[in-house]
Design a protein around this ligand. Structure first.
Ligand code: FEO
Length: 170
């Protein structure tokens, strides 16, 4: 019942989600090195969420007896010349992932694959939330990040983030 294009795109999305996790571990390491452990924590949690996203795609494919092929994960590439550029790279990456999810949705819609569309609904909402939080981070940094005390409080705030498993259960 599954269109080959949908299956291929779902499989490719696994790699994109794992790459997202890898990229955010890279960001977390960057902030650890910079002494900003709150920012590092925020991206560590984000990496765990991205791993979960990959696992959800795997689970969905396996639930529908679609073969899963794991490909190599690329080395993270991002401009880490400044704290703010890292945050901006994060937003740009989320926009890339949103476009990728939308592209799968479009094909699923074209072939009337309602099951995949329903599965992707959660990700459409999740991407909107992730873009919002990435945008908020940039705004807050632009407002407070250039002042030592502001940066200290911002880092403390981001250090409060805790991991929670995804609300989507398959
Ligand atoms: Fe799972 Fe933030 O892309």
């Amino acid at each position: 019942m599954f269109d080959a294009r949908v299956s291929k795109l779902l499989n490719e999305q696994i790699n994109k989600e794992l790459y997202s996790a890898y990229l955010y571990v890279h960001f977390s390491n960057y902030f650890t090195d910079a002494g900003l452990i709150g920012f590092a924590n925020w991206y560590r949690v984000q990496a765990m969420e991205e791993r979960d996203h990959a696992m959800l795609f795997i689970q969905f494919m396996q639930n529908n007896e679609l073969p899963v092929t794991l490909e190599a994960i690329a080395k993270p590439e991002a401009d880490t010349s400044h704290h703010l550029t890292v945050l901006k790279e994060g937003l740009a990456h989320e926009q890339f992932v949103t476009a990728s999810i939308n592209a799968i949705y479009e094909v699923a819609h074209d072939v009337k694959d309602y099951r995949t569309m329903q599965f992707l609904d959660w990700f459409i909402k999740e991407q909107a939330e992730e873009e919002t939080s990435a945008t908020e981070q940039i705004r807050k940094f632009e407002l407070f990040g250039n002042d030592a005390q502001g940066l200290f409080l911002l880092d403390k705030d981001l250090g409060m983030r805790t991991y929670a498993p995804p609300s989507l259960v398959l």
